[in-house]
Design a binder for this molecule. Structure first.
Ligand SMILES: *Cc1c(COP(=O)(O)O)cnc(C)c1O
Length: 416
């Protein structure tokens, strides 16, 4: 199993310098727990791997949008990749710098575009001709200029789960290379548009280097071609997508990734922007959950826990693997279990056929849930969302309170 932020020392498990059992006793379960040190170390190592290019690292907010975490990254100089007006408001609440924000997404509304322009974001990553016209018209009405990149879909196979592959020609994202040239020529003649950059993002949880090399090469030759047409590209936004090791994957290291990109860019004067999400935060979170019941059947054993698919969607949605460990130590017999939640869906599981030595009341941890964990959670089955905690050395900070029933029905009303 992959390296985890939870380590054992003399028979007890810790996150930084706090015993994990203590966290669950003090704050209850289910609980998302993050390590400040791992977030900061990962960001620093990522940044240092790219020291030659000195890129702007725009953390993909959708991977983890808690404002305490956004604030931590902002303090280290990070910018942000957003996909909604709500995410921009989070950046502002987190004291991040809107001037370091790039705005992706295929369905930007007039309100969202206006909000982003009024906060002077770094660039819109434009995904269609209709969007380009809309940005021009909103910018004009505000008497401002909007900075843009065109999101190019380089038609490379990211070799990842089809639901998180975004760079193939029949995906809904971006435009193809020929269309992008047309859009740049249109944009050039728009008086409220500033052409700044070019952008791509080919998918998520990519564990091979080739798709990154292919797409970077394609975009660099497109940049060169645009130059011959009198269109000057200042920044190259390479997107995110670098995978992490959940089970037995071996994704490229930050250094391998950086060196590959650096070699392709060569001595072109391009400001590089990166949009990592998962690779910065995935390893920095665990979901603590209490084992409520063991249910032994004739053909299968179930371990029923108090967290569910509403807390962590990835196994249900992508059949994703997450390591699961028992944080109690005892001598019960090892058996194979499906670890499942209480939600009324067969797809509500965290792991299948896991060999564990467990008994009722044990505390389990689902590992590597820092990215696309809490940010994808819901209230399905009227389940209040989990508490979020950030560990800093020997301190536990509540960075989001556990929801109560009042949160669940907020805004609802019955007929008079
Ligand atoms: C989701 C997303 C990212 C982040 O992807 P990761 O796989 O988490 O690195 C970056 N850019 C865009 C446009 C995205 O949609």
């Amino acid at each position: 199993m992959s390296q985890s932020m939870i380590y054992s020392n003399k028979g007890a498990f810790f996150i930084e310098n706090v015993p994990v059992i203590q966290i669950a006793e003090d704050y209850g379960t289910p609980a998302y727990v993050y390590s400040k040190k791992i977030i900061e170390n990962t960001y620093t190592i990522f940044k240092e791997s790219f020291h030659k290019l000195d890129p702007l690292i725009c953390f993909a907010v959708k991977a983890n949008s808690n404002i305490a975490i956004l604030n931590l990254l902002a303090r280290h100089g990070a910018g942000f990749d957003i996909v909604s007006g709500g995410e921009l408001k989070r950046i502002i609440a987190a004291k991040g710098d809107p001037k370091k924000v790039v705005f992706s997404g295929i369905g930007k509304s007039i309100e969202e575009i206006g909000l982003a322009i009024s906060h002077n974001i770094l660039a819109f990553n434009v995904e269609s001709e209709g969007e380009l016209y809309r940005i021009q018209s909103v910018a004009k009405s505000l008497n401002k200029k909007a900075a843009i990149s065109i999101r190019v879909n380089p038609n490379v196979d990211a070799k990842t789960h089809p639901y998180i592959s975004t760079g193939l020609k029949d995906n809904k994202f971006g435009v193809d290379e020929n269309q992008s040239i047309k859009l740049y020529q249109l944009a050039k003649d728009m008086d409220s548009i500033d052409i700044k950059g070019i952008d791509c993002h080919i998918g998520s949880q990519i564990t091979e280097i080739e798709p990154f090399i292919d797409s970077t090469k394609k975009l660099v030759s497109l940049i060169d071609h645009l130059k011959t047409l009198g269109i000057n590209i200042e920044h190259f936004d390479i997107g995110g997508g670098l995978g992490i090791n959940y089970k037995d994957e071996s994704p490229p290291s930050f250094t391998d990734y950086a060196v590959a990109i650096d070699q392709i860019i060569g001595n072109r004067k391009l400001k590089v922007i990166l949009e990592p999400g998962r690779s910065l935060i995935g390893k920095a979170g665990a979901l603590l959950t209490n084992l409520e019941y063991i249910k032994e059947g004739s053909s299968k054993n179930f371990a029923i826990v108090d967290a569910a698919m509403n807390d962590l969607m990835r196994p249900s949605l992508y059949d994703a693997y997450h390591g699961i460990i028992n944080l109690n130590t005892h001598q019960s017999e090892q058996k194979e279990y499906d670890i499942v939640g209480p939600v009324c869906e067969t797809g509500d599981f965290f792991g299948k056929k896991r060999l564990l030595s467990i008994k009722d009341g044990d505390l389990l941890a689902v590992l590597d849930v820092g990215a696309y964990g809490m940010s994808m959670s819901s209230n399905y089955n009227s389940r209040p969302r989990a508490i979020e905690l950030l560990i800093d050395n020997n301190k536990v900070h509540v960075i989001r309170e556990r929801e109560t029933f009042d949160h669940l029905i907020m805004g609802e009303s019955i007929l008079p």
